[in-house]
Design a protein around this ligand. Sequence first.
Ligand code: CS2
Length: 496
Amino acid sequence: MVMTRSHLSDSTLQTLPAGTSIPAYDRGEVISGIVHLGVGAFHRAHQAAYVDDCLAAGETEWGITGVSLRSPDTRDALAPQDGLYTLAIRSSGGEQLRVIGSIGSMLVAPEDPGAVLAALTDPHTRIVTLTITEKAYLRAAGGGLDTAHPDIVHDLANPQMPKTAHGFLTEALARRRAAGTAPFTVLCCDNLPANGATLHRLLTEFAALRDATAGIIGIADHIANQVAFPSSMVDRIVPATTDADRARIATELGVEDAWPVMTEPFCQWVIEDDFPGGRPAWEKFGVTMVRDVGPFEDMKLRLLNGAHSGIAYLGLLSGHATVDRAFADPAIRQFVDALWQEAIPTLPEDAGLDTSAYTAELAERFSNTALAHRTAQIANDGSQKLPQRIIASAIECLEAGTEFVHLTLVVAAWIAACAARGKTLPENHFTDPLDTALTALLSQELPANETVTAVFDLAGFAGDHAERQTLIEIVAVHLVHLRRDGPTLAFAALGI
Ligand code: CS2
């Protein structure tokens, strides 16, 4: 006889094994004060865990309403579980399980945009957080709003039925203003430089187009001047959940969890303290509240994420499926150390950042064998990630006259890994919003210099920077090596 287990829910919480931590508060008392757009695994390992601590400390007005802008998968998995899920905190030393209760309800935007707008306009909603990934900001190659994007065109024509974060936020802020409800604070939690300011600029641009389309004046001005967009730096490594993880967690808990989330012990959140409508007392639960998050953001994007992208592409080209295995490869390890030495001088000296402690900790985190963080996962969306992770540092090195040959190898490795899909790597092993154009370009097998120039044009790398050509030439030399003999030759040319 096949035994079916019951699933995680409010009613099975008390049956969980001792040692599993569960929400230490009455979930029925919680009011939703935060709407989160992009309720994926990262959010559930990071902000939802911080908010869970706030709720446990009695700050019951800050529950989360989770919104998926695209797929119903998370809602379908968690709704039958009353929004509960397991956070598995994994290190080489073992696994600690924690059930998170901070997500009270979940909405799927394409199914019911009106319900999302209702949550956003609810006066109890005072903060809107976002983890929608880099590509969902719909930036054009030059950095401004991609006004030709079909979803932007749609949202300008149908303000009541938006699809994009821009459309939802603008419509909700317009409705709140009309109703005399104070605006919510918009807290961007994606890996973009100056993420709050960036979203503020894009949203103002979108709202100005909306004003022009509707022949009214004012929502752009309102967003530009009356809405707070603090920037934040978020950090926690969250590998995609596998079926083996699901099976293991079910065995450990004695109940099924349709979508547990895997993560590491490390967790960091640095936020600019600009919340006119109030906020949870995050600083009591390990969040660093600051005036300027810029230096923290740059350090994280350039040292953690920059190294991650390098490990991902060079790891894939070297046959390594996970970060820990790639990082244990002596050549890649040496490469990452050298990349850090190039990127560190681009960080502000006077910000009090301890970069050697930071990189030592990163090395430990990348070596976490219990995470099995797939290189293919990080490889996704390179066109959206490399500008802030790699190109920005390379340009600053170029301007300062310091070395940047390791940084540029990451760009060449990205191009080579894209070209390897369908050949030495499985087709669609990772994806990119520019795939259609990229694949067409790479299939022509043009000389390295022409390929790199065309890729820079396509992705808008280095914009119209005076030294763009120098960068292209250096990336092209790496690409010649990678094409001829893979990472071995590219590393050898760097003395590795
Ligand atoms: C990774 C990040 O997938 C990626 O691009 O570099 O998701 C990284 O794991 C997080 O930013 C860590 O905070």
